[in-house]
Structures are given as C-alpha cells and as structure tokens.
Ligand binder design. Structure first.
Ligand SMILES: *[C@@H]1O[C@H](CO)[C@@H](O)[C@H](O)[C@H]1NC(C)=O
Ligand SMILES: *[C@@H]1O[C@H](CO)[C@@H](O)[C@H](O)[C@H]1NC(C)=O
Ligand SMILES: *[C@@H]1O[C@H](CO)[C@@H](O)[C@H](O)[C@H]1NC(C)=O
Ligand SMILES: *[C@@H]1O[C@H](CO)[C@@H](O)[C@H](O)[C@H]1NC(C)=O
Ligand SMILES: *[C@@H]1O[C@H](CO)[C@@H](O)[C@H](O)[C@H]1NC(C)=O
Length: 249
C-alpha cells in the first residue's frame, strides 16, 4: 500500500526538479543582451581615446546603444586605434565639417552583427550606417578562411582587422589600424579647377560650394549648428582633402 504512494511522490519530484533547475539561472539575468557599455569596452582596450572622443563629440556614443537596443540584427563597430588617428595627415579631422565627422564615424558602424568568420566570407560591399549620395556607403571585406585574417577597404584606405575587443551577439567591436576614410571624401570638391588638385588651391575669397547640406535627408546630422562657419570649414576641407590626396601620391 505504501510503495505506490512513495513512487507517486517520487515521480512528482522528478517533474518538479527540471522546472526549478531551468528557472533559477534565468531569474537574476536581466536579459539576453545585457547592458553594453561602449565607453567601457573602448577604455579597456587602452588605445582608443581619440575614437572615443570623436564618438562622443558626434553624439554617436549615446545614439549607438539605443540603435543597438532597437535592432534585432545587432551591430558591428570598427574602432581605429590612437595610432591610426595619429597617422592621418595633419588637419584631416579639423578640416571636416560636423556633418562629415558624423559621416566618418558612422562609416565605422555596420548595422548588423558580424563575427570574424562572417566577415571572411561576407558578400561585398557591406553597408555601413553612413549615408552617401547613392545610398549607404559600403566597405569591402576580404579574408582567408583558414587564417581568420580579414582586410577591410574603403577604396582609398586598406587595412586589417587586428583583434576583437568584443565578439558576442548582438555587438562586435574590432580594432583597425587605420581610420577608414570614405572614398567620397577624396573626390574633388571643386569641379571648376581643371589644373589638378595639387597645383592651385582655391582662392580664399571665393570658397567652393559648402560641403554640407547636399545630403541632409539621411537623418545622420545631430551635431548641426549655426551656418556662420561654413566658409572656413569649406576652405579647411579643401586643404584637408588636398593634403589627404598628396599622401596617396
Ligand atoms: C560605462 O563605463 C564607463 C567607463 O568605465 C563609466 O564611467 C560609465 O559610468 C559606464 N556607464 C554606464 C551607463 O554604466
Ligand atoms: C563626452 O563629452 C562630454 C562633454 O564634453 C564630457 O563631459 C564627457 O566626459 C565625455 N564622455 C566621454 C565618455 O568621453
Ligand atoms: C531597450 O528597449 C526596451 C524595449 O524595447 C526598453 O524597455 C529599454 O528601456 C531600452 N533600453 C535602453 C537602454 O534604451
Ligand atoms: C591583407 O592585406 C595584406 C597587406 O596589404 C596582404 O598581405 C594580405 O594578403 C591581405 N589578406 C587578405 C586575406 O586579403
Ligand atoms: C568594393 O569592390 C567592388 C568590386 O571590386 C568595387 O567596385 C567597389 O568600388 C569596392 N568598394 C569599396 C568601398 O572598396
């Protein structure tokens, strides 16, 4: 009489056991993503202070976590080292309008999570968050399957992914040795000069067409402010582009 009763309560226990086991670990975890602190990732990396400053200045630092939170595809960030910024021709960053700085930063953001293995075989070009005149600006990735080595190219800059600061869905952060300048930035901004970019810089009193404003519709310009500086910025941009082009001769 007692044996079936014990059996009954034992089977009852057996059904309870898996339930309690599967419940305990999920209780303290806040969610599958968890809080991702981009600042902390880059600070820990130890050599990304220039990129962090630029992310902060362009407000991408605060926007990116929100976008990440609203995306089910995840995101990938390519983080140039301080060395990469030091190797830019001097004045490159200062020569960019606020809009172009935002575009430059967003060119380093892919609206999808890619592992290194994904990037080895991804189909090119890979869209970035940066908008161009013909849709999203792309990056080309190439790699060798067996070595996990991946190169990335903007058309004018060709560099390697050196290591992963974070590689876990939904967010990947990879270190790159060069700032990925969009090839669009080095297209001649002053079409009227026919004597070549390096021979005669434009006359300061007659500035080239203002660099911003042409592609405002992409919603990527949070750092826009007064138009009083556009002339200076235009001249600075031309100088920066000329310097930049010279670096590639
Ligand atoms: C992110 O990390 C930075 C640096 O470690 C820290 O100062 C900041 O308070 C953190 N932010 C959040 C929201 O946890
Ligand atoms: C971002 O810039 C603000 C204002 O300049 C500054 O107070 C803040 O510490 C910066 N944050 C980071 C993470 O650099
Ligand atoms: C992330 O999204 C969820 C709902 O989609 C929201 O409740 C939460 O506050 C968001 N977190 C951040 C940091 O924006
Ligand atoms: C990446 O670039 C380096 C140097 O330009 C080159 O030697 C290497 O073969 C490239 N690797 C791949 C996978 O394309
Ligand atoms: C990517 O590769 C394609 C095909 O080789 C080329 O047409 C395109 O200009 C490249 N784009 C970039 C950003 O390098």
């Amino acid at each position: 009489m007692a044996a079936p009763l014990i059996l009954l309560s034992l089977t009852h226990l057996l059904f309870l056991l898996p339930a309690t086991l599967s419940q305990t670990p999920s209780a303290p975890a806040p969610g599958p993503a968890g809080p991702i602190n981009l600042t902390a990732i880059l600070v820990q990396g130890g050599q990304y202070s220039a990129f962090l400053r630029l992310l902060n200045q362009t407000q991408v630092l605060t926007q990116l976590p929100n976008q990440l939170n609203n995306s089910n595809q995840g995101m990938t960030l390519l983080a140039p080292t301080d060395n990469a910024f030091q190797n830019l021709p001097s004045g490159t960053l200062n020569g960019l309008s606020e809009d172009k700085k935002v575009k430059l930063v967003l060119y380093h953001v892919l609206p999808k999570y890619y592992s290194i293995e994904d990037l080895v075989s991804v189909s090119n070009p890979v869209p970035t968050q940066a908008g161009g005149s013909k849709g999203s600006l792309g990056l080309n990735f190439s790699g060798r399957a067996n070595s996990n080595q991946v190169n990335v190219s903007s058309g004018v800059v060709d560099t390697q992914i050196t290591n992963a600061l974070r590689q876990q869905f939904p967010f990947a952060v990879y270190s790159v040795d060069q700032v990925l300048i969009p090839s669009e930035f080095s297209e001649a901004p002053a079409p009227e000069s026919e004597s070549g970019p390096s021979s005669s810089p434009p006359v300061a009193g007659k500035p080239a067409k203002a660099p911003s404003g042409a592609e405002d519709g992409d919603g990527t310009s949070p750092a826009k402010n007064g138009g009083g500086r556009t002339v200076d910025v235009g001249v600075g941009l031309v100088g920066g582009v000329v310097l930049f082009c010279m670096a590639f001769l």
